[in-house]
Design a protein around this ligand. Structure first.
Ligand code: ZN
Length: 292
């Protein structure tokens, strides 16, 4: 297992972690500068942040800093109540793939979606089986385009508490079943983004990480699970402040062949988003060394 205690060479910052600083929304250009000042070599930005900052400007700024991406957030949200909605989702995913390409991302992360409309408070239908089949077909279609342009897709299984609104793929096993079905040759174009927050509780986690292997493990996200968790989405903890055995899981991931970044991804309306970005980033670096 790699030694992270001496430096933060393999730390990446998911830019949602510092998208709010002292309660205020902060632009991506500023976040990139804050990461560069600290020698952070990679980030994972969100599409809305990139759109607000300007895609080409972001690409130029990253080049100027010699900074890379550990992933691009995010595509997915495939299910829709009608054919027009399904088509629009596929077109949007094509644009996400193109943006990821412009930013030279190693993969586009997919939060696949579930019951359409549920995120906004009213599901257009309740059949999660239908949502899963629309997700399957959506990923298959995106994969075709992703192969053409050479942009790997990383399915992120989400904790089952988000099965209605955000993702009907909720375990690593389920994600790998889709990978094996759509990409049996393990081409490297379809895999998973493994986020400890979503999968730490899974009794099959170690076994499924072994199954995934190097070809399927495209990204690795860290934070911590707080007790109690006060908000289903935005109460993620800083590494070391919760109950996730981070070293143990990284050991499994690395034993399976993963040698990429540990990407810190923390959504925290009640704590870290109220602090200064400098404090949050310095703490990420310190915890990356001491507990990740
Ligand atoms: Zn994640």
């Amino acid at each position: 297992m790699r030694d992270f205690s001496q430096d933060h060479h393999w730390l990446s910052i998911n830019t949602a972690t510092v998208r709010r600083q002292q309660g205020e929304e902060v632009g991506l250009a500023r976040i990139i500068d804050q990461c560069a000042e600290r020698g952070v070599r990679a980030i994972s930005p969100w599409r809305d942040q990139v759109a607000a900052a300007g895609l080409d400007k972001v690409a130029a700024q990253l080049r100027a800093h010699g900074m890379g991406l550990s992933g691009y957030c995010r595509g997915g949200f495939y299910p829709a109540p009608d054919a027009a909605g399904l088509k629009a989702a596929l077109e949007d995913n094509r644009r996400a793939i193109d943006e990821a390409k412009t930013l030279d991302a190693p993969c586009l992360v997919l939060v696949v979606g579930s019951l359409p409309g549920a995120l906004a408070g009213k599901a257009a239908y309740k059949d999660i089986g239908r949502a899963r089949s629309e997700v399957h077909d959506g990923i298959a279609a995106s994969l075709e385009y992703a192969r053409e342009v050479g942009m790997p897709l990383a399915i992120e299984p989400l904790h089952p508490m988000q099965a209605a609104e955000r993702a009907c793929i909720n375990t690593l096993e389920q994600a790998l079943d889709i990978c094996d079905e759509l990409d049996p040759g393990k081409s490297g174009m379809l895999g998973v983004a493994l986020d400890v927050y979503h999968v730490w509780w899974d009794p099959k986690l170690q076994q499924q990480i072994e199954r995934a292997g190097r070809e399927r493990l495209l990204a690795y996200h860290v934070c911590d699970w707080l007790t109690p968790t006060r908000d289903l989405l935005n109460d993620r903890g800083m590494m070391g402040d919760g109950v996730i055995e981070l070293r143990k899981i990284r050991g499994w991931v690395e034993a399976a062949g993963y040698a990429g970044y540990s990407e810190v991804e923390i959504f925290s309306t009640q704590d870290w988003w109220l602090r200064s970005g400098d404090e949050t980033l310095d703490t990420c670096i310190e915890r990356h060394r001491s507990v990740v």
